[in-house]
Design a protein around this ligand. Structure first.
Ligand SMILES: Cc1ncc(C[n+]2csc(CCOP(=O)(O)OP(=O)(O)O)c2C)c(N)n1
Ligand code: SF4
Ligand SMILES: [Mg+2]
Length: 269
């Protein structure tokens, strides 16, 4: 036997250790997102959490309007499309009618922080037992990069070509802080997913947000600070630099409301 044949035989007998695989509820469809967009990473984290908690048959996604609108093409769970901004109201009805379902919303900042501000505040204030995934990329991504309530002061967008001016346009809306201030919310965290370390933190937040609902402990909101390279008119690496230099200063990462400080202990799952 030649050395080469011996090597092939040895390799074919070696036990392979799987270190990375696709979540089973993630469909084999290529994402439609632009290069450098963070929606895809967030979709994967949600799919991993559904697998981990073994809730694929119970999970119901309520999808807002924006670039995340095709979530049902990627994650194999039951899903409903909500009119723009109304996902928390639809999720409320679904969860109340079917308490064993695990209901989560997926919403952008235009969806949740502009047209849907009323719905998110009242759902959180009522302490609905739902999980909200909120993607803050500081613009209306899907419709061409218009100014959103989350747009930074001075940020140029298609509807603020000279930069957002707080005197006429107000200040960036800090959703995590706002929702954390309401008595009804249980868990609020702001995360990002542009480095492996931050992805690991975001993964834990997603798992926790779902676990809180499964254990009947109330309302969770996870805010993801995300890049929209296309509408920021930047290549993906520069978009991440911009995120780090400007967005994270206005929107600091961290836990804004911790169930433990409310005397709620999460049972280990
Ligand atoms: C009632 C209503 N108004 C406006 C629109 C148009 N619209 C579609 S997506 C969108 C903005 C989405 O932005 P965002 O929620 O931030 O999501 P992103 O695309 O940035 O992830 C708007 C205004 C709509 N679909 N329905
Ligand atoms: S437009 Fe922005 S938010 Fe939408 S897919 Fe492209 S990069 Fe992502
Ligand atoms: Mg947006």
């Amino acid at each position: 036997m030649t050395n080469y044949v011996k090597w092939v035989k040895k390799m074919s007998q070696a036990a392979e250790k799987k270190v990375f695989s696709k979540p089973s509820c993630l469909k084999p469809n290529p994402f439609h997102f632009c290069p450098g967009c963070h929606h895809g990473v967030i979709h994967r984290l949600i799919a991993e959490s559904i697998d981990f908690h073994e809730i694929a048959s119970q999970a119901v996604a309520v999808i807002g309007v924006g670039c995340g609108v095709f979530l049902y093409n990627y994650i194999a769970v039951d899903a409903c499309e909500a009119p723009h901004g109304r996902a928390p109201a639809l999720a409320t009805g679904l969860k109340r009618a079917s308490p064993d379902s695990v209901v989560f919303t997926y919403q952008g900042d235009g969806d949740l922080g502009a047209i849907g501000t009323s719905e998110i505040i009242h759902a959180a204030n009522r302490g609905e037992n739902i999980t909200v995934f909120f993607v803050n990329n500081s613009v209306y991504g899907m419709t061409g990069g218009q100014m959103a309530p989350t747009t930074l002061s001075g940020q140029k967008t298609t509807t603020s070509p000279l930069g957002r001016n707080y005197q006429s346009d107000g200040y960036p809306l800090r959703v995590a802080e706002l929702i954390a201030s309401l008595e009804g919310s249980t868990y609020v965290e702001r995360v990002a997913c542009h480095t492996p370390k931050l992805i690991n933190r975001a993964r834990k937040a997603v798992l926790r947000g779902m676990k809180i609902q499964i254990q009947g402990k109330g309302f969770s909101l996870i805010e993801f600070i995300s890049a929209c390279p296309t509408n920021w008119r930047l290549p993906p690496d520069k978009a991440v630099e911009r995120m780090e230099e400007t967005m994270l200063e206005v929107y600091p990462l961290g836990v804004y409301k911790d169930p433990a400080t409310q005397g709620l202990n999460l049972d280990e799952a």
